[in-house]
Structure formats: structure tokens, C-alpha cells
Design a binder for this molecule. Structure first.
Ligand code: 2HA
Ligand code: ZN
Length: 274
């Protein structure tokens, strides 16, 4: 007998983080999507294996995610409604034994399907699992307003975005010393945007999609949310600074290097000019 999934910590945390994202104003209408790679022991406690053999092709391969379970937001679902009906707006999928297909094992109860950004989520999970194992279980996407705004006015590269955000709030360099990855504009929901994001995920935990939104990863929902929240807060400050006519003073590159040394983090090479 499996435990009641509505008592599962991972489901409660997912509902809460999604509601928090909605309250932040990052997820208008059906904007945004989140996936959590469920730990095996959690999956075994809560998920009743179904007879469902109705597999959907992924159209790409993630062999290292074979037999993994993912809690994933549903396509077209509004984040503001997740708190009202998690079993309709969320679902759990299980990847097949060679990482080429998935089937639904819980949720999506009115015939829903996982997010249109599943290619990016699973590609990112695949890279992160191979690089950091249990230290990465969450992929989170949303339309954080100020980060998107900056993609219209800053040069679209890692050096510019990372340094500008590091300079806007002292904690940024400590929270994301590896900086922030930037890809070109690509049609969302495609395997191509999944591949481009995956390439960046080898080096970053934050990847910006210009004129669209942000992807963040982490070991936990709290971590992925906190990472995006920190970057978005810095972006908000930068938007305000630019709107007020620009800066009169700032944290210097030397001071950022001192900060990094003091906190024991290594800033991505080539960004600070010392
Ligand atoms: O799920 O945010 O990128 C809706 C989106 C697509
Ligand atoms: Zn989006």
C-alpha cells in the first residue's frame, strides 16, 4: 500500500513554489514550467505503478534518465490554479528503460500532458545528473520581468550579463559565481532550444532565453527558486538604475574579486578585469 501522495513533501513543496512564482509576477497565464527529478526512495513510497503502457516518444534521447520519475507542470496550465487542483495541473512521468519515451503515472487527470518545454527540462536534467548527480534535481523556467527587460538593452553574452548582475547586489557573485549563460533567440518548445540550453547547462545553473525568460537549476526547489529570485532582484535594481539615468558609482572589479576570495568562491574567468 502506497502512502497518500498529497502528503508527499515533494508535492507540497512544488505547489508552494509554483504559487510563490505566481505571486512574484513571473508566471502570467500559462507562462513557466517546473520539473523535479523525484528521488527513488520517494517514488517508491508514493507512486503506485500503473498498467499504463501508453508511451510518448521524446524525439531525443536521455539514456542517463532511464527509469527516472519526474514531477512536471502540465502544458497550458495556469500557475495560479495549481494550488486549487494539483492533480489536474501537475503530473508525474516515468522515462522508459532506454531514455527515449515517457509515460504518465500520476496526475494530468483531465487528459493533460507535460509542459511544452519538456525537451529543455529533460536535456537539462540529463546534463546536470551526469555532472552533479544528486546536487541537481530541479529545473525551473519562468518569465521573470526584469531579466527579460534587460535582454532588450544589454549585449547578449555571458560576460555582460554576469558582470552587470554581480555589480547590482553584493550577494550575486557569491550565489552564482559561475555567471549566467545566454543563448540566442530560438523558437520555444523545440528540441533545438533544448539542445542549446543543455550546452549552456554544462557550465551554468542559470540560462537566459532572450525576450522570453530564465531557466534555473538546483538540488531543491528552494535552491532553484532562490537562485532565480537573486538574479531577478539584481535585474530589478539594474532596471531601476538605468531608468534613473545610470550609475554614479558601483562595486569595482577589484572589490568583487576581494568578495569572492573572502567567501571562497571562484568567479568565472575572463569577466572581472583586474
Ligand atoms: O509553459 O513558458 O516557454 C509556457 C512557457 C513556454
Ligand atoms: Zn516560457
Amino acid at each position: 500500500m502506497k502512502k497518500d501522495i498529497f502528503e508527499a513533501g515533494f508535492l507540497k513543496e512544488m505547489v508552494k513554489v509554483i504559487h510563490d512564482m505566481w505571486l512574484k509576477g513571473w508566471d502570467e497565464r500559462n507562462g513557466g514550467n517546473v520539473s523535479y527529478r523525484i528521488k527513488n526512495e520517494e517514488a517508491e513510497e508514493y507512486i503506485q505503478e500503473t498498467e499504463n503502457t501508453d508511451y510518448t516518444d521524446l524525439n531525443f534521447e536521455v539514456p542517463n534518465l532511464a527509469n527516472e520519475y519526474f514531477l512536471v507542470t502540465g502544458s497550458g496550465k495556469f500557475f495560479r490554479n495549481v494550488i486549487l487542483d494539483p492533480e489536474d495541473t501537475l503530473g508525474i512521468i516515468k522515462i522508459n528503460e532506454n531514455g527515449t519515451k515517457y509515460r504518465k503515472v500520476w496526475g494530468y487527470k483531465n487528459g493533460g500532458v507535460p509542459t511544452s518545454e519538456l525537451p529543455t527540462h529533460l536535456s537539462a536534467h540529463s546534463v546536470k545528473k551526469s555532472l552533479c548527480g544528486d546536487k541537481s534535481r530541479v529545473v525551473m523556467h519562468n518569465h521573470a520581468t526584469n531579466l527579460i527587460s534587460l535582454t532588450y538593452v544589454l549585449d547578449l553574452n555571458t560576460e555582460t550579463f554576469s558582470k552587470e548582475l554581480w555589480k547590482m547586489s553584493t550577494e550575486c557573485l557569491v550565489v552564482f559565481p559561475e555567471g549566467i549563460g545566454v543563448i540566442p533567440w530560438v523558437v520555444p518548445g523545440t528540441v533545438e532550444i533544448g539542445n542549446k540550453t543543455m550546452e549552456k547547462m554544462k557550465d551554468f545553473n542559470l540560462v537566459i532565453w532572450p525576450f522570453h525568460g530564465i531557466f534555473g537549476t538546483g538540488a531543491t526547489l528552494d535552491e532553484a527558486f532562490g537562485l532565480i529570485d537573486t538574479a531577478e532582484k539584481a535585474a530589478e535594481i539594474l532596471v531601476k538604475v538605468i531608468s534613473m539615468g545610470g550609475r554614479k558609482q558601483e562595486i569595482t572589479d577589484r572589490e568583487l574579486a576581494d568578495l569572492a576570495e573572502s567567501f571562497g568562491v571562484t568567479p568565472r574567468k575572463g569577466i572581472l578585469k583586474l
